[in-house]
Design a protein around this ligand. Structure first.
Ligand code: COA
Length: 150
């Protein structure tokens, strides 16, 4: 596979099954409900601009995706900050620059819509993922996430 034959395009509602399948292949757990809610927000809610993309092979097989959302405020003015929720590349296609391309096109898309900052949550102990985000110019934010066990 040659990275240049991979096409990045906007996610469509019909990509639901392949998104769920790639996620399950990576995490070994079905997250159908999680993606149902995400897709509902992306394709049915008027409050959010769809910002999600997929990477597909020449033959049209989807091999990765990135999901994020941009809140459309009052009077149709977009927020200056957007969130990157999930990025997944099929394990058979990782380490070939596809994750990097998904991030880069996601950023271009947001920049063109006036977004100034993108945030995402990453497990501090996941060294591989921290490295990936650092390599893609993400850095720790000035706010920290507090939690309390119940
Ligand atoms: C994180 C993730 C999306 C990265 O995807 P990826 O396609 O492997 O990412 P890239 O190929 O762009 O970058 C990974 C490495 O491959 C290297 N690489 C880039 N282009 C390459 C190429 N053409 N050939 C070989 N290696 C290449 C990059 O330099 C990078 O190396 P580094 O780790 O030393 O920086 C992927 O590992 C994944 O799906 N992880 C599981 C899901 C997950 O945890 N998601 C995040 C939370 S939702």
């Amino acid at each position: 596979m040659n990275n240049s034959t991979i096409k990045i395009r906007p996610m469509k509602a019909e990509d639901f099954d392949v998104v769920v399948a790639i996620s399950e292949k990576i995490f070994n757990i079905p997250r159908r409900k999680y993606y149902e809610l995400k897709f509902e927000k992306l394709f049915k809610s008027k409050g959010y601009l769809p910002m999600s993309l997929v990477a597909e092979e020449e033959g049209g097989t989807v091999i990765g995706f990135i999901m994020g959302e941009l809140y459309i405020g009052e009077y149709g003015i977009f927020d200056e900050e957007a969130r990157l929720d999930t990025i997944c590349v099929d394990p058979d296609y990782q380490q070939k620059g596809i994750g990097g391309r998904l991030i880069s096109e996601f950023m271009d898309h947001l920049r063109n819509n006036g977004v100034k900052k993108v945030n995402t949550l990453v497990d501090w102990n996941d060294a591989k993922l921290m490295h990936f985000f650092r390599a893609n110019q993400f850095s720790p934010s000035k706010t920290i996430n507090l939690e309390r066990n119940l």
